[in-house]
Design a protein around this ligand. Structure first.
Ligand code: SF4
Length: 352
């Protein structure tokens, strides 16, 4: 097995030249070789969206953002509520708030131009080490060590790293750093990501099509899927709550959630607090707008740190309470984060 960094790099970059994914924020290897560079705003936006979600899911959101706000200055000028609404469904809403803060910092403190070093990018609000490394490498051809989940998987297999995740992260980063070089850093970062996404997949990796199979320790050991090693996961705690679907004249009642906390600043259905035990009838009476409520079953949603069982209650209001935000049902469906969209659908059954 030959794990010489130069040989691994040449093989993977050669593969990338022929198999790079075509992505709306990307400048492909041929155009890159001709001197074209990607728009740092697009690279940054895509990287923020792609954290914890798939390319397929993020692409529609990315295109919508670029259409509405073609430059970082446009995004900086947008009202918070519009950006939060456009983000609805992508999850991790703190990220949307950081996105707005970062766009404004770039527009106001950097005259609308993203800084071009990892260090300066890291100083922007909401930009962590991963995003700073990714933007520096992909947009500015800096030799940064860009290690996302896909890259961790590839590296863990290439070097058959036995330490379990997440403790292995530093070791994986160190191995990945040994493969970074001054030549083609942008293409290198994206080649590793593409290999992880399309060939070195979590399940059933396509080792017979892998350009670095000659160097892969996990393949040599005969069980690539064994890596990255995992510690047994503690089960997420479960919380319970109730959500209220109140309609009047084709509109549904929503509330703006407090700026801080889970789903902060987003639109949501009125709900009880989400706690360790099921809401009691008095919890429900205390949180539900006054109406004649009917139980509509429950929906399940998984957040990063807990699972939620949300009972859904439905009522038709005699009049539209002005303390609530009344949106046409379709518009409400497009503005709500996934957990409330599920509850709305359950509340309205097959109406939307
Ligand atoms: Fe991944 Fe298989 Fe390639 Fe190893 S040989 S890097 S396990 S795809």
């Amino acid at each position: 097995m030959d794990q010489t960094p130069g040989r691994i790099r040449a093989a993977l970059l050669g593969w990338y030249d022929a198999h790079a994914r075509s992505l709306p924020w990307r400048v492909g290897p041929a155009e890159h070789a001709r001197g074209l560079r990607p728009d740092p705003y697009r690279v940054w936006l895509s990287e923020v969206m792609l954290q914890q979600t798939t390319v397929a899911h993020a692409t529609g959101y990315f295109l919508d953002f670029i259409r509405r706000w073609p430059t970082v200055g446009d995004l900086a000028d947008a009202p918070d509520s519009e950006v939060m609404g456009a983000w609805a469904g992508l999850g991790y809403y703190a990220r949307a708030r950081n996105l707005i803060a970062c766009a404004r910092a770039v527009a106001r403190e950097h005259h609308g131009v993203f800084p071009d070093t990892e260090e300066a990018l890291l100083a922007l609000p909401g930009v962590g080490p991963y995003t700073a490394a990714a933007v520096a490498a992909i947009a500015f051809d800096r030799p940064s060590n860009v290690v996302d989940g896909n890259v961790e998987r590839v590296i863990s297999r290439l070097y058959a790293v036995e330490a379990p995740m997440p403790a292995a992260k530093l070791e994986l980063k160190t191995f990945a750093a040994g493969l970074v070089a001054a030549e083609r850093p942008s293409d290198w970062a994206q080649a590793l990501m593409d290999l992880g996404a399309t060939v070195c997949r979590p399940k059933s990796p396509l080792c017979d099509r892998c350009p670095v199979a000659f160097a892969c320790a996990a393949l040599a050991l005969g069980d690539p899927e064994r890596y990255p090693r995992k510690t047994s996961k503690a089960e997420r705690p479960r919380r319970h709550g109730a959500a209220f679907v109140l309609t009047h004249a084709g509109r549904v009642a929503l509330e703006r959630r407090p700026a801080k906390g889970l789903l902060g600043g987003m639109l949501g259905l009125p709900t009880t607090d989400w706690r360790g035990e099921r809401p009691s009838p008095s919890d429900i009476r205390a949180s539900a707008p006054a109406a004649d409520w009917r139980a509509q079953g429950a929906v399940e949603h998984v957040f990063t740190h807990f699972s939620l069982t949300l009972e859904v209650w439905r009522a038709e209001a005699g009049a539209a309470d002005p303390k609530l935000i009344w949106l046409p049902t379709e518009e409400a469906a497009q503005s709500l984060p996934s957990v409330f969209l599920k509850a709305l659908r359950a509340g309205l059954e097959t109406l939307i």
